[in-house]
Design a binder for this molecule. Structure first.
Ligand code: SAM
Length: 347
């Protein structure tokens, strides 16, 4: 393992065989203990002891997709569906701005209501009102033309997890109407258009073993994303994966640390899913090389309805209105929140 890590830091990439050696050790606490300080030092070399915060606004839980893992999948009839109004979003941004947020992330299900003709003026309105803020979108797969229009309107980052880079595993997680090829094409389009692009996967999703994760790392080292979003898979009771076990905290932290060592400058959030499984998840993520936290800035009345998995945290330091408490938590380990847009350093 030590020799593989040395090669990773020296060359900035690894062979499939080397990735397999590292990833096979992902559940061992001793491996995490050795790895985390290296990854944290790597993050500090670029970002110091600062954390970027992003206000996550969950625009809609209406979704035309039917991903087997996801609580807001089309076929889940138990969900009470909502779509935020433009005023609700602007109000959330205003509150977020006052609290120190300079990036807003609009995330949602693939809701056909949000056509380009609706999104473009909406993005322009947010940009106009908050000119010193960056807008990140996470609205799923769209055409290259659509992404181009969203970029022209002023959006600058886009999160689209690839979910898994192994085609057979992708088919186990998604119905036939979705394909890995289409997902990867969308990611390539986003990056080619100039977006800071984010891929990522769930850790411990059903059917994921070392060989699937090796594919993920080979993809990430080729794609060179500006952001990587990853957290543990957590089951949702009204999905086909209701009875599947959740991913592990240790393996998630090991994988985060490996991403940091592979991509020293990447924007890497300690995710809500991690903080859901481990109340100290934010700090553990920072200690493993994360540099971003994305508190929930949705109107509190809809938060319970954006339930991607059971027990999803949206209170305490996961809630944007408690950013002071988050700052206090980070201060206990000598970190502070940066009140700035927090772009990838190459942008
Ligand atoms: N629809 C957009 C998309 O597909 O990219 C964005 C919204 S989607 C709900 C955001 C992310 O939630 C997905 O990329 C997936 O990785 C994550 N997610 C969904 N269900 C999950 C679960 N049961 N456990 C952990 N993460 C989950």
């Amino acid at each position: 393992e030590a020799a593989c890590l040395e090669r990773l830091v020296r060359a900035g990439r690894l062979s499939a065989e080397d990735w397999a050696v590292l990833l096979a050790a992902r559940t061992q606490p001793a491996f995490l203990e050795a790895l985390a300080p290296l990854a944290q030092a790597r993050a500090q070399a670029t970002y110091g002891k600062t954390v970027y915060i992003r206000g996550l606004i969950e625009l809609t839980n209406i979704c035309q997709n039917n991903c087997y893992y996801c609580g807001i999948r089309r076929d889940n009839r138990e969900v009470s569906r909502y779509r935020l109004s433009e005023d609700q979003v602007l109000e959330a941004c205003e509150a977020g701005y006052q609290a120190g947020f300079r990036t807003f992330v609009l995330q949602g299900g693939e809701d056909p209501y949000w056509t380009d003709n609706r999104l473009v003026p909406f993005i322009q309105a947010i940009r106009h009102r908050f000119p010193d803020c960056v807008l990140t979108l996470s609205l799923g797969e769209r055409s290259r033309e659509s992404y181009a229009r969203l970029y022209a309107a002023g959006a600058r980052r886009y999160l689209l997890r690839h979910e898994t880079a192994d085609p057979a595993h992708y088919s186990r997680l998604h119905p036939d109407e979705m394909s890995l090829a289409r997902r990867l094409e969308a990611l390539a389009d986003l990056q080619a258009l100039g977006f800071q692009a984010g891929c990522g996967m769930m850790v411990g999703s059903p059917g994921q073993g070392t060989s699937q994760l090796v594919q993920d790392f080979l993809f990430i080292q080729d794609f060179q994303p500006q952001m990587v979003g990853l957290g543990p898979f957590i089951p949702h009771h009204a999905t086909p994966f209701a009875d599947q076990p959740a991913g592990g905290v240790t393996e998630t932290l090991v994988i985060l640390a490996l991403v940091r060592l592979l991509l020293p400058k990447v924007l890497l959030p300690a995710t809500t899913a991690l903080a859901t499984l481990d109340p100290r998840g934010h700090l553990a993520g920072i200690a493993a090389g994360c540099n971003v936290i994305m508190p929930n800035l949705s109107p509190p009345s809809v938060r319970k309805d954006y339930s991607l998995y059971d027990g999803k945290r949206s209170s305490g330091t996961e809630a944007a209105e408690n950013v002071q408490a988050l700052a206090a938590e980070l201060a206990t380990v000598g970190y502070r929140i940066a009140v700035q847009a927090g772009n990838h350093p190459d942008f």
